[in-house]
Design a protein around this ligand. Structure first.
Ligand SMILES: Nc1ncnc2c1ncn2[C@@H]1O[C@H](C[S@+](CC[C@H]([NH3+])C(=O)[O-])CC(=O)[O-])[C@@H](O)[C@H]1O
Ligand SMILES: O=C(O)C(=O)Cc1ccccc1
Length: 253
């Protein structure tokens, strides 16, 4: 997606009432994190101010879709939330006869996503991605989603994706990551929290969300991701982006 198009998307979220994320200014949401209506209503602001490099990641999803989308194939955005990466896929594949499919199991997200993308040539489904059939695919996106899937189900999901990809097809995987070295892990988490502070979150908001995400968002190391991608059947995987404890990979079948 050209950066002006991404700006347009952000503008459209703002225009349609994108509210500022103030969820953790109060402690009523301190018991766990879920993609409910409250989160969905501020999500564009939340992810933009919480994930360093998020906007650039979307631009690269468009570029990678342009590079790897094959004629007469399906492009999947698994865990599409409000459809930002779905839109990037659609833009990247413009001019090719591809079907773009976004999937999310949060009704609140899907409702908003369908409304926002109602004029785009994409289909948005409310479904658990563990139940989604992947077929005739050339590009599959998991943009900060695998981290929410139970660890024990991650390999099966990636194997299913690899199986549904055409030869030369790709998986674009973005994740919050962990580091084996405890000092490095602490430093990267500290830098991420400094980023969030610079984006206007208070120490209290940062600390409450950290607690809410415990055992909900479970990050793993890059080495674990690359090893699992290989085990799932991908022939290569490479890291193409990292900022603090957030990273994006591409795996080719
Ligand atoms: N099993 C599941 N099945 C379907 N959806 C799921 C599942 N588990 C989680 N989700 C969905 O995955 C999304 C994760 S957000 C993705 C951002 C987006 N990709 C973006 O590029 O803007 C990332 C974040 O919040 O850090 C939520 O909408 C969940 O409902
Ligand atoms: O905010 C955080 O600490 C994150 O790790 C990123 C994030 C962004 C949106 C929802 C959940 C987590």
């Amino acid at each position: 997606m050209a950066s002006n198009q991404f700006q347009l998307l952000l503008f459209s979220f703002r225009f349609h009432g994108m509210a500022r994320d103030a969820i953790y200014t109060s402690d009523i949401h301190s018991n766990g994190f879920s993609f409910d209506d409250k989160v969905a209503s501020v999500f564009a602001d939340m992810i933009g101010r919480s994930v360093p490099g998020y906007g650039q990641t979307l631009q690269m999803v468009e570029l990678l879709a342009h590079q790897y989308a094959q004629e007469d194939s399906n492009l999947y955005d698994l865990g599409c939330s409000l459809g930002a990466a779905t839109m990037a896929l659609s833009r990247g594949a413009a001019g090719k006869t591809c079907s773009v499919i976004g999937v999310d199991n949060s009704p609140a997200m899907v409702e908003r996503c369908q409304q926002t993308l109602k004029d785009e040539p994409v289909v948005i489904r409310c479904q658990d991605i563990l139940d989604t059939e992947i077929e005739n695919a050339s590009v599959v996106v998991l943009n900060f989603v695998l981290q929410f899937v139970d660890k024990s189900a991650r390999l099966n999901l990636l194997s299913k994706i690899c199986h549904g990809l055409k030869p030369g097809g790709v998986l674009i995987l973005s994740e919050k990551i962990a580091f084996d070295d405890a000092d490095e892990n602490r430093q990267q988490i500290g830098l991420h929290e400094a980023f969030k502070r610079a984006q206007g979150y208070s120490d209290m908001e940062i600390s409450r969300k950290r607690t809410a995400l415990e055992n909900v968002l479970v990050p793993e190391t890059l080495a674990t991701h690359h090893a699992r991608l290989k085990q799932a059947g991908f022939s290569t995987s490479n890291t193409w982006f990292q900022c603090f404890n957030f990273s994006s990979l591409i795996a080719i079948k």
